[in-house]
Design a protein around this ligand. Structure first.
Ligand code: FE2
Length: 375
């Protein structure tokens, strides 16, 4: 079947935040990103400031409104800091818009072309869950550092056509390399509607299915389905709360984000022990599972390359399936509201999401929820 919405890769994620300058500092000194471009009053942007930060092939844009009436200001007021835009690089932004809206997506930004001395950047956007936009970006005719209106920072140079697409891998930072997956939390009963949305309007296929038997502890029940694009490069798991004894972790998110949105972003590394050690040194806080998790680890997951004592030291989790194993760890929420957090993941063949860890992990999350008075 022909792919009506081909995707090259994740182009960037844009976070709407209360103070982009301070957020850029956090992602730089905490997570090891480099600021590569800036747009604000000094570059002629009158109503917003944005910092582009890059590491490996990961690119985030941290944006803040300069006044109270800007849509970003309203987004931040309602949701707190969070992901406003998931941008995907496509060969044709007008076609992506046409094909997705024809299949039922609601348009947000009709096909638009912006031009400067570095070429033409084309984009469009549709509405996804909550107030989140999915943006289609075609940068095949653009050589600038990020987009018209942005100036390079820290020696980020204008390249050949397309060389800046999706982060160019030059900024090694702490070894974070790619966005592995982006998880959305939606309301009770809405998961299947969003599964249908990604299938019908974007041509994604369902990868795996966990039901509440797989991922419920005594309290923190949820259901999850994973949607991915034709190439397997873009993965969107979608969670909804399930009825449990007490408040689901997904419901806690929905209550504090005031609606659906991006729950966590998984970033891949080739050396999770080194990356997580350095993240911890920089003050990034992670969830902790009980030390008993490591007692029977090799019995559960078999032989792995990494020393178990080192993993236990850092709190890194392991899971194995038919195809291989993976190592993963989750940060605590990265803002005061218990909303967005990050996952650090290293894959050794496994294409799963750490199903075997759900129980221990959710028990650790519940401990945090209880401390917040939200269980
Ligand atoms: Fe994940």
């Amino acid at each position: 079947m022909e792919d009506f919405l081909p995707i090259k890769k994740v182009d960037h994620l844009e976070f709407y935040v209360g103070n982009a300058r301070q957020a850029a500092h956090y992602y730089r000194t905490g997570f090891g990103f480099t600021v590569t471009a800036y747009s604000g009053l000094e570059t002629g942007s009158r109503d917003r400031a944005s910092y582009v930060v890059e590491q490996g092939h990961i690119r985030f844009v941290l944006s803040t409104a300069l006044g109270p009436d800007h849509p970003m200001a309203r987004h931040t007021h309602l949701h707190g800091d969070g992901v406003g835009v998931i941008a995907l690089e496509v060969p044709d932004a007008a076609s992506a818009y046409r094909e997705s809206t024809r299949r039922g997506a609601t348009g947000a930004i009709p096909p638009t072309r912006e031009e400067d001395e570095h070429g033409v950047l084309s984009y469009s956007a549709i509405h996804a869950y909550g107030d989140t936009l999915i943006k289609f970006v075609d940068r095949s005719n653009y050589r600038g550092v990020f987009a018209p209106g942005y100036e390079a920072r820290n020696g980020a140079a204008e390249g050949g056509v397309g060389t800046n697409a999706g982060g160019n891998g030059r900024h090694k930072g702490l070894g974070l390399a790619h966005i592995d997956h982006m998880v959305g939390n939606v309301e009770l009963g809405a998961m299947d509607r969003w599964v249908k949305f990604f299938a019908e309007t974007m041509g994604f296929a369902q990868l795996q299915h966990f039901d509440d038997k797989d991922i419920s502890t005594e309290y923190s029940a949820l259901m999850s389905k994973v949607m991915q694009d034709g190439s397997g490069k873009v993965k969107f798991p979608i969670n909804e709360p399930a009825e449990g004894k007490k408040k689901s972790q997904v419901q806690e998110y929905l209550d504090y984000y005031y609606g659906p949105g991006v729950q966590h972003i998984a970033l891949s590394t080739g050396d999770i022990i080194d990356t997580v050690s350095r993240l911890r040194d920089n003050g990034i806080e992670f969830l902790r599972v009980p030390s008993t998790y490591y007692e029977a680890l090799e019995g559960r997951v078999g032989k792995i390359d990494e020393p178990v004592d080192k993993l236990a030291d850092l709190g890194i989790l392991v899971d194995r399936d038919d195809e291989g194993y993976l190592l993963q760890i989750f940060t605590k929420p990265v803002e005061d509201r218990p909303t967005l957090f990050f996952e650090i993941i290293e894959r050794h063949g496994s294409r799963g999401f750490g199903k075997g860890n759900f129980k221990s992990l959710f028990e650790a999350i519940e401990l945090e929820q209880a401390r917040r008075g939200n269980l």
